[in-house]
Design a protein around this ligand. Structure first.
Ligand code: GLN
Length: 537
């Protein structure tokens, strides 16, 4: 039977609970255990697909086409395994299922209630994920004390009784703030938060303390005493320069030993070397490249989480540090910030804000030979830019932004034109893509066919394919079943590629995505050329 580790958060949100859960998961994997993660989101939305990035950050897409919380991206990146729709549950899904069952008559005679009906449904979903696993790490979204997360915490408490002490573990991630005036770290918020958790019936076994600096042994002793956990079970989690250092930070404090001891499991060996190898290679990186990420949510970094991480991974095999400059494309002169960048990336997006700014940036990349990678909307805009400025199709556009354009170079497929419900109806999840022999993409992947994840409604309009091709913007990757353009490349440019899918979702530190690696390599060449030029001057 699988053992369950519940990770809760205290005091404030955004403490990096997802990173803590993922890091612990990676440590458990290093002990030879089959481990997976599950994120519980207490909101009523069925999934985050229709939420604004300001509300939610990035929507992470799984192979099986689920639109999920961005923490699943962390789980995939740290564990180097695929998550599925069952790895993210929301209050909306749980209530939806229970209400459908009620209408079907499954609870005939009963009053349907949060306890036991909602909590039973939550536990069913915990158990579903546990199949074939040694350990399931369940991260409960929100902060202890929120009304919304109560059913999930109650289900977690009940699991403790049902599965037994040796099979359940509770970890509380909490804030230990530094108070400038008194020049000390304060434990009171942690004490209160643990008190709150106890009211719900959960005694944490381990406390992970997030602070902006290391905590002293005295403070650790104090937290141990007041929160009633072993001193070794108080884990210090100060800010670190790279999230990928966190598993090492935890291991140094013996978190894996602690967890295995409490769960009465010996583990099956111990090998964190592959992870350590990657982290050390990142640390040793000598070169530097500057990449512009031209998006419209630049003030909230979570909106481009996977893109950011994939760019960082792109530096690993090139032994360079990747500096990412967020360009706000909704401002006038969006391309002003391109000074000194070695590569330009235009990420995915929806809606027309910032479109013209992105097009302006793509034009600079095309005309000045700056390495360019377009993702999803980034591809659609590269096609629009090329149609307008090279093919001279004045006013060319996507029907998403101009339904009456004379040149709908990006358009909906007939099946999308009849869609009336917006939730979960895009082209979602993994689709195969055949690569043109000898193309930049085929070389980067080292394959003839690949599978990548999608999340979009609009497609390149095949009526314009021939024109684009003759002009020099060539389709080098297609969806074989539907003959849809999946990749375009610009002839005669040092490195210009745009893809209709989202390669960023499949990049991991232990397996960086080949397109990002190749894009960073091209950017590095540009950086080298720029360096030489400056030297000659
Ligand atoms: N808005 C575009 C579409 O729906 C692009 C989506 C995206 O970039 N993920 O097709």
């Amino acid at each position: 039977m699988a053992k369950f580790i519940f990770v809760t958060g205290g005091v404030v949100s955004s403490l990096g609970k997802g990173i803590s859960a993922s890091s612990l998961a990676r440590l458990m994997k290093s002990r030879g255990l089959a481990v997976t993660c599950l994120k519980c989101d207490p909101y009523i939305n069925v999934d985050p697909g229709t939420m604004n990035p300001y509300q939610h950050g990035e929507v992470f897409v799984t192979d099986d086409g689920a639109e999920t919380d961005l923490d699943l991206g962390h789980y995939e990146r740290f564990l180097n395994t695929d998550m599925h729709h069952i790895n993210n549950i929301t209050a909306g899904q749980v209530y939806d299922t229970v209400i459908r069952k009620e209408r079907h008559g499954d609870f005939l005679g009963a009053t349907v209630q949060v306890i036991p009906h909602i909590t039973d449904e939550i536990k069913n979903r915990f158990r579903l994920v546990a199949k074939g696993q040694d350990i399931v790490i369940v991260e409960v979204g929100g902060t202890v004390g929120d009304i919304e997360s109560l059913p999930f915490l109650e289900a977690a408490r009940q699991m403790g009784i049902e599965a037994g002490k040796d099979n359940t573990l509770y970890i509380h991630v909490t804030l230990v703030p530094y108070i400038k005036a008194s020049e000390e770290l304060k434990t009171k918020p942690t004490q209160h938060s643990v008190g709150k958790l106890r009211e719900i019936g959960i005694n944490p076994d381990i406390i992970i303390c997030r602070a902006d600096r290391p905590i002293s042994p005295e403070l650790r002793a104090k937290i141990s005493l007041f929160c009633s956990v072993h001193k070794e079970a108080v884990v210090d989690a100060p800010d670190v320069s790279s999230i990928y250092e966190v598993p090492l930070l935890f291991q140094r404090q013996g978190l894996d030993e602690q967890v295995l001891m409490l769960l009465r499991h010996r583990g099956r060996g111990k090998d964190l070397d592959p992870w350590i190898g990657v982290v050390e290679r990142m640390r040793r990186a000598t070169g530097e490249v500057h990449i512009a990420l031209a998006g419209k949510y630049t003030e909230i970094k979570d909106a481009y989480k996977s893109v950011h991480e994939a760019l960082v991974h792109g530096g690993i095999l090139n032994d360079v540090k990747v500096h990412i400059r967020y360009l706000d494309v909704s401002s006038q002169d969006a391309d002003k910030g391109l000074e000194g960048v070695h590569g330009i990336l235009v990420p995915g997006g929806f809606g027309d804000r910032g479109i013209e700014g992105k097009i302006q940036v793509i034009r600079r990349a095309r005309e000045e030979g700056i390495p360019f990678l377009g993702l999803c909307l980034g591809l659609q805009l590269a096609v629009i830019e090329f149609s307008r400025n090279v093919l001279k199709l004045q006013g060319a556009n996507s029907t998403e932004f101009d339904p009456r354009t004379r040149y709908p170079v990006i358009d909906l497929l007939p099946e999308q034109k009849t869609v009336s419900e917006l939730g979960a109806t895009m082209r979602l999840g993994s689709y195969p893509c055949s690569l043109k022999k000898g193309s930049l993409a085929a070389k980067a992947y080292g394959a003839a066919s690949v599978s990548e994840r999608h999340r979009h409604r609009y497609e390149v309009n095949n009526k314009f394919r021939k024109l684009l091709d003759e002009g020099g913007l060539q389709v080098t990757g297609v969806n074989p079943a539907k003959n849809l353009a999946e990749i375009v490349e610009l002839k005669g440019h040092p490195w210009f590629m745009a893809v209709q899918f989202h390669p960023e979702f499949k990049s991991r530190p232990e397996a960086p995505h080949p397109l990002f690696t190749d894009f960073i390599a091209a950017s590095l060449r540009r950086a080298g050329a720029a360096g030489k030029e400056a030297h000659a001057r």
